[in-house]
Design a protein around this ligand. Sequence first.
Ligand SMILES: Cc1cc2nc3c(=O)[nH]c(=O)nc-3n(C[C@H](O)[C@H](O)[C@H](O)COP(=O)(O)OP(=O)(O)OC[C@H]3O[C@@H](n4cnc5c(N)ncnc54)[C@H](O)[C@@H]3O)c2cc1C
Length: 300
Amino acid sequence: MQHPAPTALPPLRGRVQQEAPLAPLTWFRTGGPAELLVRPADVDDLLLLLRDRPRGLPLTVIGAASNLLLRDGGVRGIVVKLARGFSDIAVDGEGIVAGAAALDATVAEHAAAAGLAGLEFLCGIPGAIGGAVAMNAGAYGAEVKDVLDWAEVATPQGLLRLSAEELGFTYRHASLPQDGVVVRARLRAQPGEATAIAARMNAIRAAREESQPVRARTGGSTFKNPDGHKAWALIDAAGCRGLRHGDAQVSEKHCNFLLNLGTASAADLEGLGEAVRARVAAQSGVTLEWEIRRIGEQAA
Ligand SMILES: Cc1cc2nc3c(=O)[nH]c(=O)nc-3n(C[C@H](O)[C@H](O)[C@H](O)COP(=O)(O)OP(=O)(O)OC[C@H]3O[C@@H](n4cnc5c(N)ncnc54)[C@H](O)[C@@H]3O)c2cc1C
């Protein structure tokens, strides 16, 4: 197969890499390369890419890749990774305006430092703001949809500013426009007492340490909680806690997390996930739905 050359793209100021390894950018540390990895310099550069890229080339966006299972055959077309140029964080009245590449935890810390409460839930989510909007990330009773004023989304037609309502948030999902890339968001907060905010953040961090393999090669919650159920409890009841396929394992600590113990491939992890789904369906009659986004091609 002929791989597209960087010259197929409009003249960008940001970095373009051909056949770029993506595994090191992901939490699972798995997966093949991007045919073209583009790090746009800024919003204008991204808009140019979206508007003038060859139509035949598919477009994929990755953030901190903490909710992605990137398949071993890699990703065809263009992979956009937002980095410098998209990571500014500013206090804006009783809110925070953050670039899509700003890490959720850093945003929570900025809010705390400014005496703003309500964004503490972000402190333990290991993604970036673009991914938080795209996934309607949430924890400990709050979700992005509860605090989002607007998100700016770059599209092939230009830059849109969309409200929470326009983004159609549902559980771990936002309805973004076709080929839309979140570039910035304003999150609402309210004045709070510094020690109380710090105490809430410490409690969240401690609860995570206690219940999740937070330093492992993982993708976070693998399956969505089905209505009326907890995914981890169904997985546990189906006898899957600790289940292994090679170096892919269902976490002993939190059985809705899959782990790469060292040399697991994406196929090992996805195969293990499918085995878990089959066992849960057989045991409880509930079909688990993947929360982790699986992208790219299976290895040939
Ligand atoms: C240890 C651990 C704990 C976790 N705990 C939680 C938790 O408590 N709550 C929770 O909700 N999640 C949790 N997650 C999952 C993950 O951190 C969140 O889903 C996070 O919001 C994903 O952000 P990201 O930047 O890593 O996105 P990625 O994983 O890179 O991408 C996820 C999806 O968002 C899209 N996307 C990313 N950036 C953009 C953008 N700028 N514009 C448009 N689309 C974009 C991607 O195309 C993809 O479909 C956890 C993960 C881990 C590893």
